[in-house]
Unconditional design. Structure first.
Length: 85
């Protein structure tokens, strides 16, 4: 939820007024038992998290608002922490 909250903050800054998601966006995702995770899937997930960090950092680098850029960089760093953990 940290990523989503920071993106909501960034959208509020960019729009100049509070951003509220539509009702269907606030419903979340249905949860069920997780699928089995083998070494190959775990490695793919870690690669995806590291790529997510790189994407957030590029996005932040192109963002003119320093507060929005900061929020994007935080999301990216968190992705790298996911990959390391």
């Amino acid at each position: 939820m940290g990523h989503a909250d920071r993106m909501r903050q960034a959208l509020t800054i960019k729009l100049g007024s509070p951003y509220e998601p539509s009702a269907n966006m606030d419903d979340g995702y249905p949860l069920g038992p997780p699928p089995p995770v083998d070494a190959a899937l775990l490695a793919a997930i870690a690669r995806g998290e590291r790529a997510g960090d790189a994407d957030y950092q590029r996005w932040a680098g192109a963002e003119p608002d320093p507060e929005v850029a900061h929020l994007l960089r935080l999301n990216g760093r968190e992705d790298s922490e996911h990959a390391a953990g």
